[in-house]
Write a protein that binds this ligand. Structure first.
Ligand code: SF4
Ligand code: SF3
Length: 514
């Protein structure tokens, strides 16, 4: 076995990548990422209770680097490891990752849930910290959670830490939500165009709204249009971002279509976070990365965020000569909506409650999470298509690209599909669910609401842990269950939370709606 990684939904054979990653990660990179993880655990043990802003930053960035489809660059990872070495970690605190991957399957399962969950939390903590928001409680937990991976703990102790990872992620998503709103204003619903206008343009992908804002500033008045891609779509909802007239629309769909959608693109693409796929030769001169994202031989913009090289590239390539129509991916239209965050939805809470009381809205589905390549993910398209006319689909994360170009109608003034934002905006969904449960004087589990989740990478893991830590039951998960959850641990989750794998849309809809 030259590597071992089973952290994402597309892991080889549903078990683990052992030769090369299905994501394109080579074994040397996977092993380096394991070494980095081992460094981070040692860092956590060494500095637990003695953390500094510098060690916090290293832990958060280091964890983010190891999220799926973030960093494929061995030099970048080696340089990062050197930074950790410089501050001095005790080798005695190192964990041999092979020992973890081959340990008792229940312990390995629980420790994986903590580690992968923390990788997701780190991504959100990173975004919040860029906007100046930090939480000592969240930061301190990285030390506690990572240290636990090196300790000899019982299943019960580890399970309790798994749930704590979920609770901490709620705090972290709340922190990011307040960072985003205080910086860019409260999102409101917007119709986003998916056709590309003639002339130079730049595509921005990933989750980092701050990088987008800096690029908008640097391109203003230069005759370059900016298009969001994948998880950047919700940017259009924020007043302080959409005020830029050259933020024109959205290019393409979810991350996994990039190798098709970027072919022959007459524009550069900036990757601000996951998810970068192996770069094809056809467009390799147009890929730029920043922050923790890196790919061998691609141009990386460092922390000074001088985007002039991308701007020059956009002007040189010149964009499309005529209006470029991007056909609806799911056979739908060429517009999408976004911006239905908690502020927007709760501002019309009375009307929603009335519509539920009148029987106009019978059920809410939260269909969201990550998208991926597998054909089985058509389940989510079909689920939405087959959902009855008196139901509302709330969505978030890049999973929405399975259906967000569809016109499935309205209920009164409400569109039947409401995009609440990025995956971290699961916080919005939780806030809305809690507010509705208070209005209806019931628990969240008693609401006419079902969560139908689609997972791929580690941010989906921490979001799922948050939902479980809140005691939310009857969640449907697909397209497959994580291979790092052992049968015994799965039993615990099924017994406690009735966590259920998706089956086929008609059966699941029937089961939910009766
Ligand atoms: Fe395999 Fe996923 Fe790990 Fe990539 S991230 S090596 S596809 S399990
Ligand atoms: Fe998508 Fe990567 Fe997870 Fe933020 S962009 S949801 S997969």
């Amino acid at each position: 076995m030259s590597m071992f990684c089973f952290q994402c939904e597309e892991t080889d054979n549903g078990k683990g990548c052992t030769v090369n990653g299905v994501c394109g990660k080579k074994s040397d990179t996977a092993n380096l990422q394991d070494d980095l993880t081992s460094d981070l655990i040692a860092l956590a043990v060494t500095f637990k209770g003695k953390n500094t802003p510098q060690t916090d930053k290293l832990l958060i960035e280091g964890l983010f680097i190891t999220v799926t489809n973030v960093n494929f660059d061995n030099n970048f990872i080696e340089n990062f490891r050197n930074k950790i070495k410089k501050i001095g970690i005790l080798d005695i605190n190192r964990v041999d990752m092979d020992t973890l991957w081959t340990s008792n399957e229940d312990i390995r399962s629980l420790k994986s849930l903590i580690l992968f969950g923390l990788r997701g939390v780190a991504a959100y903590a990173h975004h919040a910290s860029i906007l100046g928001k930090k939480s000592e409680e969240v930061n301190t937990f990285f030390y506690k959670g990572l240290s636990a991976i090196s300790e000899n703990l019982s299943s019960e102790e580890l399970l309790s830490l798994v749930m704590e990872t979920g609770s901490i992620n709620l705090k972290c998503m709340e922190l990011l939500d307040s960072a985003n709103i205080s910086t860019y204003g409260s999102p409101s619903p917007q119709l986003v165009n998916c056709n590309i206008e003639p002339g130079p343009f730049i595509v921005v992908t990933g989750h980092d709204l701050h990088d987008l804002k800096l690029l908008l500033d640097q391109t203003e008045g230069k005759g370059i249009n900016i298009y969001t891609h994948s998880e950047m779509l919700p940017a259009h909802g924020y007043p302080e971002l959409r005020k830029y007239g050259h933020l024109k629309g959205n290019f393409g769909s979810a991350w996994h279509a990039q190798q098709k959608e970027f072919i022959d693109i007459p524009a550069p693409i900036l990757f601000t976070t996951n998810c970068i796929m192996p770069v094809l030769k056809n467009y390799s001169d147009r890929i730029f990365t920043t922050s923790v994202v890196a790919y061998p031989n691609m141009c990386h913009i460092d922390d000074n965020k001088d985007f002039s090289i991308i701007i020059e590239k956009a002007l040189e390539l010149g964009g499309y000569k005529e209006l470029h129509e991007m056909l609806g991916i799911n056979g739908g239209g060429t517009t999408m909506t976004t911006g239905f965050a908690h502020g927007a939805i709760l501002s019309v809470a009375d009307a929603i409650i009335e519509a539920v009381k009148q029987g106009d809205i019978k059920h809410f589905f939260l269909v969201g999470g990550c998208d991926g390549r597998k054909n089985e993910r058509n389940y989510y398209t079909e689920f939405v298509k087959q959902s009855p006319q008196d139901t509302i689909i709330l969505t978030l994360g890049c999973a929405k690209y399975r259906f967000n170009d569809l016109n499935i109608g309205t209920i009164g003034d409400f569109p039947r599909i409401m995009d609440m934002g990025q995956c971290n905006d699961a916080y919005s969904a939780i806030k809305v669910a809690v507010a509705l449960s208070e209005s209806f004087e019931c628990t969240v589990n008693e609401l006419p609401l079902t969560l139908v989740l689609s997972w791929y990478e580690q941010k989906a893991v921490c979001v799922l842990l948050t939902l479980l830590s809140l005691g939310i039951k009857n969640i449907l998960v697909g397209p497959s269950l994580p291979s790092f959850i052992s049968p015994n641990i799965l039993n615990v989750l099924v017994e406690k939370f009735n966590l259920t794998p998706i089956s086929i849309p008609q059966d699941d809809l029937k089961k939910i709606l009766g």
